[in-house]
Design a protein around this ligand. Structure first.
Ligand code: HEM
Ligand SMILES: *[C@@H]1O[C@H](CO)[C@@H](O)[C@H](O)[C@H]1NC(C)=O
Ligand SMILES: *[C@@H]1O[C@H](CO)[C@@H](O)[C@H](O)[C@H]1NC(C)=O
Ligand SMILES: CC(=O)N[C@H]1CO[C@H](CO)[C@@H](O)[C@@H]1O
Length: 343
């Protein structure tokens, strides 16, 4: 056989393995509510994590934004990466937390992911009482839930039992660009088993937090190389953002993703009301309110009362994306490093 046909056979075999491992993946050992009950007889793991998040939130009310973005990034890495002959499926596995030159942390889209210190603090709090039992992947999901509730969103019941991944490579990061179209975004979410409605609710994460000007300069000055701003942007918002984000500034300032100053740090439906008024910040935010694929969901959420519940349900679904369970992965002793080098 020629070397190219050998490569082809190897690739085909890898795909077969991938399909097989995907089929049983997570299937044998599902996540469950209250996985840690009884695992740490003297400790209420969820309450310990909740206490740590609450203490940090008192000092820093931007923590819901930091953790929401962290959970999204952790769960949304590439569906699979090529690891020798086997494809390793990855999702909510805490690989975003790993230190190291080529880990996900250093890849471009993650430059501004924050919140690692809170996860470290929660991990050391649970390790003291219940060593070696609680995964970093579960801590991200529990801590994000607590932060969302503290930030004014609803409390939702999370599933646990995740294990931590043992591979982290910068090339695994496959995040959508802020200029992605609604239809491409729907496809990207569908690859993770999340439907269009889930996507619209999850983008509600942009009801808190900030973007850097660099992600929106094109909309303000040279939209799609027209030399003009994005015509869909509200004109008073455009004027304000041009003040905030000058064209050739030497600093990359920040802009609130939710343009309601009274709720820019509150997890509520205000993001949807603002994008419905053409006050979306990222291009994808504005497109969500305009595209016929998502506009009816957006106006229903903007005018509805059940955002918190539905957002929680979507976060639970996000937390189930390609998890490691049972004997897969490991329980890291430090969230920043895998326990032993992977083969
Ligand atoms: C198509 C999907 C998405 C795109 C293209 C996108 C893009 C972005 C971009 C460009 C930023 C600004 C980053 C910066 O300037 O540092 C951002 C921030 C943020 N994103 Fe998203 N995002 C998406 C989905 C999500 C989802 C599903 C969530 C959570 C459920 C989320 C939560 C956040 C939060 C909370 C921030 C603010 C972070 C902070 O203040 O530190 N995003 N996003
Ligand atoms: C900003 O830089 C561009 C070229 O990068 C230049 O054409 C433009 O005149 C500058 N604008 C201002 C306001 O300095
Ligand atoms: C959504 O967009 C379509 C096409 O532009 C429009 O006909 C429809 O009225 C919009 N729906 C809502 C709820 O805004
Ligand atoms: C290059 C760069 O800015 N990397 C940052 C990525 O995120 C981590 C965690 O916040 C920072 O410590 C790095 O400086």
């Amino acid at each position: 056989m020629s070397s190219s046909s050998v490569a082809l056979v190897v690739f085909a075999l890898a795909l077969v393995f991938a399909t097989l491992s995907h089929q049983c993946h997570g299937g044998e050992v599902p996540l469950q509510v209250g996985y840690y009950r009884g695992k740490c007889p003297l400790a209420d793991v969820e309450a310990i994590v909740g206490g740590v998040v609450k203490a940090w939130y008192k000092r820093d009310p931007t923590i819901p934004a930091a953790l929401l973005r962290m959970q999204f990034h952790d769960c949304f890495v590439n569906l699979f990466s090529f690891n020798f002959f086997f494809l390793v499926f990855k999702g909510c596995d805490a690989s975003i937390l790993l230190d190291g030159s080529s880990s996900e942390k250093t890849s471009v889209p993650n430059l501004s992911v924050r919140g690692y210190e809170i996860i470290d603090a929660a991990k050391s709090a649970v390790e003291t009482i219940c060593p070696g039992e609680v995964s970093c992947a579960d801590i991200i999901v529990m801590a994000t839930r607590d932060a969302v509730a503290l930030g004014g969103g609803g409390w939702y019941i999370v599933q646990t039992g995740r294990r931590d991944g043992t591979v982290s490579l910068a090339k695994n990061v496959d995040l959508p660009s802020p200029s992605i179209s609604v239809s491409d975004s729907i496809k990207a979410f569908a690859k993770k088993g999340l439907d269009a409605t889930d996507m619209v609710y999850l983008l509600g994460g942009h009801t808190v937090g900030i973007t850097h000007c660099s992600f929106i300069l094109d909309r303000l000055y040279n939209f799609q190389n027209t030399g003009k701003p994005d015509p869909t942007m509200d004109s008073s918002l455009l004027a304000a953002l041009r003040q905030r984000c000058p064209q050739n500034a030497s600093v990359d300032s920040s802009v609130n993703l939710d343009q309601n100053p009274l709720s820019s740090m509150t997890v509520d439906n205000s993001y949807y009301r603002k994008i419905a008024m053409n006050k979306g910040i990222l291009k994808i935010d504005q497109e969500l309110a305009l595209d016929p694929l998502s506009n009816s969901t957006v106006s229903a959420i903007a005018n509805g009362f059940d955002f918190s519940t539905k957002f929680g349900q979507a976060m639970i679904k996000l937390g189930g994306v390609d998890v490691l369970t049972g004997k897969q992965g490991e329980i890291r002793s430090s969230c920043r490093a895998i326990n032993k080098p992977s083969k």
